[in-house]
Design a protein around this ligand. Structure first.
Ligand code: FES
Length: 107
């Protein structure tokens, strides 16, 4: 299990315990995190699961692979240096305490 905090811009934080192996997109959708939709179900096709990893957690979450890297260029809110697609991050004990910022797309 890992305790995860999502910080959607301009909205209240969402905190949840996420079981090992569950993607952080699935967990976000299950907990109605604003700004995360997971439209493609984790198939790396929609970029609606965009999060920005807090600086201190970059080593634990790792960097995007080549396919994810390509899709990240499609994110509506604009890619940032620590951007990841949360469907590509699976919960595990080493991520306990992880903080993810959730950019909100311009209207
Ligand atoms: S859920 Fe579609 S790219 Fe992550």
């Amino acid at each position: 299990m890992a305790n995860i905090t999502w910080k959607p811009e301009g909205r209240s934080d969402v905190v949840a315990e996420v079981r090992d192996g569950c993607t952080l997109m699935e967990a976000a959708v299950a907990h109605s995190v604003p700004g995360i939709f997971g439209d493609c179900g984790g198939a790396l096709a929609c970029a609606t699961c965009h999060v920005v990893v807090a600086e201190e957690w970059l080593a634990a979450t790792g960097r995007p692979g080549p396919d994810e890297d390509e899709i990240l260029d499609m994110v509506e809110a604009g890619r940032r240096p620590n951007s990841r697609l949360s469907c590509q991050i699976r919960a595990h004990a080493d991520l306990d305490g992880l903080v993810l910022h959730v950019p909100v797309s311009p209207a």
